[in-house]
Ligand binder design. Structure first.
Ligand code: MLT
Length: 276
């Protein structure tokens, strides 16, 4: 990927991020689990005109660390993102969170409600884990502790990608596996435990008062379009786009379609700023 990683000491950690593009308008891409900023390659490489794109590595992933302990609360990851933006002098960015990155985005908006000027929520959900979901995460954490990350990655891949992507676009699976394989076992465990204890973000949805775009793969099995529709109904004025021929990773599986929705939304945010 063209954009090199930069690093700074922030919030008691070393945080790393990628940057591309220039401009006063800023788009922040917050990755999901168990990825790092590399997963946004198709978006970073296509940084829209006039937008500065910043893709942080969440703590424990990519070049960011060390872990704060044996769990990674979504709130701590949110504090890191807020600290990074303060460090970079960024005010009023558009935040785009994918899956776990969406959980972090909800935590950012809880902690700093006036920070974002627009939200993109891709393949994510507001609700906390069910008891069954929590137990599943604990089981996976134990398994990774005993055997490493390879088996978890193998089990996740068919749920992350649409079957058509796997069959027709093998390079997508290859790239995604490479990013996942870079995650260490302790980071994967800490993120699983952090996600398992995240709070329900549903109550805050009604008070989101910035333009919001939901994006979801039509065949996402992890956070299906039904979850995005719930978000669209609860967030005032939110719009939803369903990306065909994609599972949980539309930004990587169908980057042209994903980027089109993203750029249209960014133009709308700019426009709303001018007319307000
Ligand atoms: C992700 O893609 O970030 C994860 O699938 C989210 C989750 O496990 O809830």
């Amino acid at each position: 990927m063209g954009a090199e990683r930069s690093q700074a000491s922030i919030n008691g950690a070393t945080l790393s991020w990628r940057e591309a593009g220039t401009g006063d308008d800023v788009l922040v891409l917050i990755h999901g689990f168990p990825f790092n900023s590399d997963i946004w390659r198709p978006q970073v490489e296509a940084a829209p005109d006039g937008w500065r794109v910043i893709a942080p590595d969440l703590r424990g992933f990519g070049g960011s660390g060390p872990l704060p302990g044996n769990r990674l609360p979504m709130d701590l990851l949110a504090q890191d993102v807020i600290g990074l933006l303060a460090h970079l002098g960024v005010r009023r960015p558009v935040l785009c969170g994918h899956s776990m990155g969406g959980y972090v985005t909800f935590a950012v908006t809880r902690r700093a409600p006036a920070l974002a000027r627009g939200l993109v929520l891709s393949d994510t959900r507001a609700g906390a884990d069910s008891e069954e979901g929590r137990q599943g995460r604990l089981k996976n954490a134990k398994h990774v502790h005993a055997k490493g990350t390879a088996a978890l990655i193998d089990a996740m891949v068919p749920r992350l990608l649409d079957a058509g992507t796997r069959e027709k676009l093998p390079h997508v699976e290859q790239e995604m596996r490479a990013v996942m394989s870079a995650a260490s076992a302790p980071s994967v465990i800490a993120a699983l435990l952090g996600m398992a204890e995240r709070p329900d973000s549903t109550p805050q949805l009604r008070s989101i008062n910035v333009p919001t775009q939901l994006i979801v793969g039509a065949r996402d099995e992890i956070t299906p379009p039904g979850d995005a529709r719930l978000l669209a109904r609860a967030i005032p004025g939110a719009q939803i786009e369903i990306i065909d021929n994609a599972g949980h990773m539309p930004g990587l599986e169908q980057p042209a379609a994903f980027n089109r929705v993203l750029v249209n939304f960014l133009n709308r945010v700019r426009q709303s700023q001018i007319t307000n």
